[in-house]
Design a protein. Structure first.
Length: 221
């Protein structure tokens, strides 16, 4: 296997470990152990780590060590504010470009996500939640937005696996998916903005003053 393939294999392997909490936020990346497990030198591992740093999944300290990213509350809120803006933009574009077939595919993703939430499989639930929201971005037909969201959602995936442990709260969040789909089908721009605001506001601790910039009805009375 050439060096590029080894680097990509290492990247996927370490990313899987991070997003499944096999190594947790703040933990050092066991570079030597991973190299031995993959039968590679340290060079492909370091290349993989640079890519993971660019993804925002690790903090890399050159000539020292790498550790899984751990975000403070301000950073989590900033990520949430960016996600809010992008999710609303994606939904607005999906209202314009979306077809019945697109929304039917979203409904299938939402159902799979709900099924995983009910079984308590938090990791599959989170992955399918990411797939659902990225599915809306795909319907937007804007590949720049899709790529931006794919990059942002890696950070969000890490935040969610670190914070989501309550199954009932998870089910409540999943119910928003069906509301988003219904609003998209009905062409209800205000409703879809409101549901997205409700979906993100508490988890990311986004202030009401930010929420109301998108729609006053997003504020809970």
């Amino acid at each position: 296997m050439n060096k590029g393939n080894l680097s990509q294999q290492a990247y996927k392997y370490i990313k899987h470990m991070i997003l499944n909490l096999e190594i947790k936020p703040g933990d050092r990346i066991p570079e030597e152990s991973i190299a031995n497990r993959l039968g590679s030198s340290r060079t492909p591992i370091r290349e993989a780590l640079r890519k993971l740093e660019n993804d925002g999944l690790i903090f890399l300290y050159p000539k020292c060590f790498a550790e899984v990213a751990h975000y403070d509350e301000d950073t989590i809120r900033h990520i949430g504010e960016l996600r809010l803006a992008q999710d609303i933009l994606a939904a607005q574009l999906a209202l314009y470009y979306g077809s019945n077939a697109d929304f039917s595919n979203l409904r299938q993703l939402a159902q799979k996500c709900e099924n995983e939430a009910r079984t308590g499989n938090i990791y599959n639930r989170i992955k399918l939640d990411m797939d659902f929201h990225l599915g809306i971005a795909q319907i937007s037909r804007n590949q720049i937005l899709v790529k931006s969201q794919q990059q942002l959602y890696l950070r969000i995936h890490l935040i969610q696996v670190s914070k989501y442990t309550d199954i009932q709260n998870s089910l409540k969040q999943i119910q928003h998916h069906q509301e988003i789909i219904e609003a998209l089908i009905n062409g209800d721009s205000q409703k879809v903005r409101k549901v997205i605001c409700d979906h993100l506001k508490d988890f990311f601790n986004i202030p009401n003053s930010i929420i109301e910039q998108y729609d006053l009805s997003c504020l809970k009375k």
